[in-house]
Design a binder for this molecule. Structure first.
Ligand code: R1P
Ligand code: URA
Length: 233
């Protein structure tokens, strides 16, 4: 057991799907995995291991924001030997090109967070996805007939922003969408020499104002789940 995860050694697979929402982890386990065992309930942050097409896969909620994800990802890698970490999250689109329900493969994540400023003494770190997982996910999506957009995203510390136009600066530089975890996920993967990717579904558009409900965000973003599950080794 680690501080925040109640699993025994060997109970978590080398490939793990990481939604922010623990109920999305439960949905994945109940709808896609066979021989499922729930290994974590600490703080209600569910974690499950099962098999998908015969391959061992886990799924674990990370909570919202980089400080929360950082706790789970540090423990998953250091204490449980996880090697392929695939975030399956929702995001808000900055760009007409990415509409509600579209799937984005994040190749890199900008951030307004202080985490890497602390790590690197105020200098910048280029938080990027694993090319191995990114290229494989792109091929899987093509095979499954799911159109994906590959681009840069923003990992933000804030969901609600006092400056309602702040996102436009990021759009000017080609950033596709905002979420709250990937920059820390990519940074930790680089530190520990493992592979990480974020597959995101657009839950709302800052451009059009279109949005989905919390239940839709929990249960219906299945295209990204199906791409992620195929990445199990
Ligand atoms: O749907 P999840 O994976 O939680 O991701 C997004 O949704 C949450 C905000 O509603 C943040 O965690 C953000 O990154
Ligand atoms: O607008 C959004 C949607 C999902 N996640 C975010 O962080 N922002």
């Amino acid at each position: 057991m680690s501080v925040h995860i109640g699993a025994k050694k060997g109970e978590i697979a080398e490939t793990i799907l990481l939604p922010g929402d623990p109920l999305r982890a439960k949905f994945i386990a109940e709808n896609y995995l066979e021989d499922v065992k729930q290994y974590n309930n600490v703080r209600g942050m569910y974690g499950f291991t099962g098999t998908y097409k015969g391959k061992k896969v886990s799924t674990q909620g990370t909570g919202m924001g980089m400080p929360s994800l950082s706790i789970y990802v540090n423990e998953l890698i250091r204490d449980y030997g996880v090697k392929n970490l695939i975030r399956v999250g929702s995001c808000g689109s900055f760009n007409e090109e990415a509409q509600v329900r579209d799937v984005i493969l994040a190749k890199a994540a900008c951030s307004n967070s202080n985490l890497n400023k602390m790590r690197f003494d105020g200098k910048d770190f280029a938080a990027a996805a694993s090319f191995k997982l990114l290229s494989k996910a792109y091929q899987v999506a093509q095979k499954q007939g799911t159109e994906v957009k590959v681009g840069t995203i923003l990992s933000s510390d804030a969901f609600y922003n006092d400056n309602s136009d702040a996102w436009k600066k990021w759009r000017e530089y080609g950033v596709l969408a905002v979420e709250m975890e990937s920059a820390e996920l990519f940074t930790l993967a680089a530190k520990y020499g493992v592979d990480a990717l974020s597959i995101l579904t657009v839950s709302d558009s800052l451009v059009t104002g279109n949005e989905t409900s919390s239940e839709e965000r929990e249960k219906t973003f299945t295209d990204m789940m199906e791409i992620a599950l195929e990445l199990a080794e």
